[in-house]
Design a binder for this molecule. Sequence first.
Ligand code: HEM
Length: 229
Amino acid sequence: MTVRTEIRPGPDATKPKWWRRPWVVPLALVVAVFLAFSVPPYLTLDPAQSRVSAPPGFTAHYWFLVAHITFGTIAIVGVVLQIWPWLRQKHPVAHRRIGRVYVFGGALPAAVMAATIGAVSPFGPVVAAIDVVAALLWLGFTVAGWRAIRQRRYADHRKWMIRSFAMTMHTLMTRALSPLGFLVVMPRVEAKTELILSAATVSGVLSLLALLLLSQWWLDRKPKRASAR
Ligand code: HEM
């Protein structure tokens, strides 16, 4: 009689290695570069260093902006850690703790501030509308992701948090797309102010659309692993 020994792969054997996930390190680098370039002027707490002009009559605007950037920094660093598969799989307790910080000490307050300053954006009404919509989606997706995990709906949690992650990238994506915005509008617009407003509008609209489409594409591409987990 032959005895057959079945060798089953352990849980780690089916998991792709970190180098098979080529987005983790580049994403962290892009976020680090974004923070290194955009945050320092606000560390001085000097309104004269602000790159965003305050609308007349809204004296607290600068402090809302500083609060938005502080919570936004916590959110963007937190979300990069949260979507890092290694940390999620090896350190679930850290994932839960960082998740709480991301939701309550980052995304939710940053989104409330973003909606407030976004509504009076100096870059015109379309950018204002886009910013408010992005901020409300950020708020809604994050709350939905939080509720899903409290109710142990893991697949829903993953789905909403991937969308929340996408919205966290809105300011970064808008900045990354602004050269494209200028390229698109330069042949059509000559006046400097109109050029800046139009380019900001194009990059803001493209950013929101790209992030929503990319996150949906990602979810459609990997639906099974979500429900399995
Ligand atoms: C849905 C997400 C977000 C929305 C809707 C949003 C919205 C805004 C708005 C309205 C402004 C003022 C400038 C303007 O009127 O366009 C702003 C500025 C800024 N935001 Fe956000 N933001 C988001 C996420 C983040 C995150 C996650 C960070 C991370 C640090 C961040 C960092 C900044 C910085 C640094 C500025 C100042 C821009 C500059 O100096 O050029 N934002 N954001």
